[in-house]
Design a protein around this ligand. Structure first.
Ligand code: NAD
Length: 238
């Protein structure tokens, strides 16, 4: 496979989705007819689901925490951490994933636009920041309250809520000259638009995954393959 060259003036923006964690044993979301680990998104990952059944939402995210804690980063996570080590602040990673496999592989310049499994925050948006929380809750009685009295909820961007860090993400995309997108179906917005924003500014755009994403035509290069096999050695840093 031809290598993709990264020149000394290039700035790389990486977007990852559920597919990069598939080889670590974490199921993707669209792989099974719009279900995530067997659940309908409307039942566990929306503001309405939280209002209707916080116990059900916590049961789902507790199970995701348990699976995430057992999973280990795969060669794709490590390849991105290595690329960051070479490029320093010319590298930026935005993940849609809520697992922490990128951090555990060594990535540091990253944002989680859809939140993080290992954190909780107040349901009332009272202004207190999210707190680290690795607990696996067996019942709603175990879930703590914020100092303001609100129930703690997963620090997850539910469908219909606004993604996190969008200003910084936009800024990094505008500065980038190469966008690399890995393992995302191109169906969740605004992430699916990032490639268009980068292309409008003349950046190259590479997709890596076993099948074409919905927005495949926007890329200058599609590398078909599993991330753990395709990413290591894909780039040549000048
Ligand atoms: P998606 O489930 O919609 O799509 C997964 C994509 O990964 C598909 O295009 C598939 O072809 C690709 N893929 C499968 N195996 C792969 C591999 N080995 N290497 C590379 N690519 C592979 O995922 P999405 O577009 O990221 O959207 C799902 C949403 O659900 C995200 O917003 C995310 O927050 C959430 N989610 C997160 C996790 C996680 O944190 N690990 C897991 C599932 C879902």
């Amino acid at each position: 496979m031809a290598k993709i060259s990264i020149a000394s003036q290039d700035r790389v923006f990486v977007l990852t989705g559920a597919g990069i964690s598939a080889e670590s044993g974490l199921p993707t979301f669209r792989a099974s007819d719009g279900l995530w680990a067997g659940y309908r998104i409307e039942d566990v990952c929306t503001p309405e689901a939280w209002r209707r059944s916080p116990a059900g939402v916590w049961a789902f995210y507790s199970a995701r925490r348990e699976a995430g804690q057992k999973a280990k980063p795969n060669p794709a996570h490590f390849a991105l951490a290595e690329l960051e080590a070479k490029l320093g602040d010319r590298f930026f990673l935005c993940t849609q994933n809520v697992d922490d496999l990128h951090e555990r592989a060594g990535s540091a310049r990253l944002v989680h636009m859809h939140g993080e499994l290992a954190k909780s925050r107040c349901e009332r948006e009272c202004g207190r920041p999210p707190v680290e929380d690795h607990a696996i809750y067996r019942s709603l009685d175990e879930v703590g309250r914020c100092a303001c009295g609100g129930r703690m909820r997963p620090h997850i961007v539910f469908f219909g809520e606004v993604p996190l860090e969008m200003e910084r993400i936009q800024d990094e995309i505008h500065q980038s000259t190469l966008m690399l997108v890995v393992g995302t179906s191109g169906s969740v917005y605004p992430a699916a638009s990032f490639v268009h924003w980068a292309r409008q500014r003349g950046a190259r755009a590479v997709y890596v995954g076993p099948e074409e994403p919905l927005n495949a035509s926007a890329f200058t290069h599609v590398v078909e393959g599993k991330a753990g096999e395709a990413l290591p050695g894909l780039f040549e840093v000048e």
